[in-house]
Design a protein around this ligand. Sequence first.
Ligand code: MTE
Ligand code: MO
Length: 326
Amino acid sequence: MAMLRFDSPAASEITHPVVYAARRQWLKQVAGGAAGSVLAAWAGREALATEKPGKRPALVGTSSSVPGAITMDKATRYEDATSYNNFYEFGTRKSDPARYADTLVTDPWAIEIEGLVKRPFKLGLDDLLKLSPMQERIYRLRCVEGWSMVIPWVGYSLSALIGRAEPLGSAKFVELVSLADAQQMPGVRSSVLDWPYTEVLRLDEAMHPLALLAFGMYGEVLPKQNGAPVRLVVPWKYGFKSAKSIVKLRFVEPQPRSTWGRAAPTEYGFYANVNPNVDHPRWSQATERRIGEDGLFTRRRKTLMFNGYEPQVGQLYAGMDLQRHF
Ligand SMILES: Nc1nc2c(c(=O)[nH]1)N[C@H]1C(S)=C(S)[C@@H](COP(=O)(O)O)O[C@H]1N2
Ligand SMILES: [Mo]
């Protein structure tokens, strides 16, 4: 496997080189029995999931050693992070997800792997939980609307699942597809967005260690309004890239559009990297309001390039015109 050739006739049969390393690491972990004993914590999670914080089953991970994975910013209050949400499947008001998401059934759950992969398959929640050791990461999340939060997530790098998926050498993008079930999700009955909610990452972005597949937050399983049982968190991109309640990963080429990209292509670009120098057509992105810091004299914070993760992810976009590729 050392000599990967993209011009060979069998190139489409070859595992993508950026994925190959992740797959090897995943195999090592499985072989070494490093899978965490998080399963017990998930017993009875469904029954507890709508109760108050502290009563939820724990989901703890060791602190992450991935560079940039821990910010020193003060974490947003749990009450704020779970009551001020965007999850249009449950309504367009910030208070809707906390109010209505209890109808979401998070168990049983599975993620389907399809598209340009060696062979399509499905992974159930129990297998997903064992795929890689859980880590705690404290990330800033910056919403395109101008507010931000700081959340201690629990999960592992998306690269672990991609390594397991074995995308072909021809795969260049990965689509992350959220559940769209009108029975469980009242918002899906409206046409406010083109369901299912879908987001897209370039494969090398998806393989970056900071891209997190999250199963928990604040040491507990994810509340439904935050995207239970499994969601994406891409901290250097605007919040809408971080798809919730994911049921499918599809490996593709050419570059597909995401749900927001289709809805308003001039407002929500493909990359959606946090960038204080590129305004949204209808408002500035130079500053942000940190949820929980509200008050008459609270100053807005300066938004940071790549949301403060430039040292870690800047090289992914080297030489790119970020005004054009916003
Ligand atoms: N499936 C789905 N995922 C979604 C959304 C959504 O409406 N549906 N909203 C996005 C937006 S705009 C933001 S800012 C974040 C908010 O995540 P949070 O509520 O956990 O803070 O989720 C993102 N993921
Ligand atoms: Mo957002």
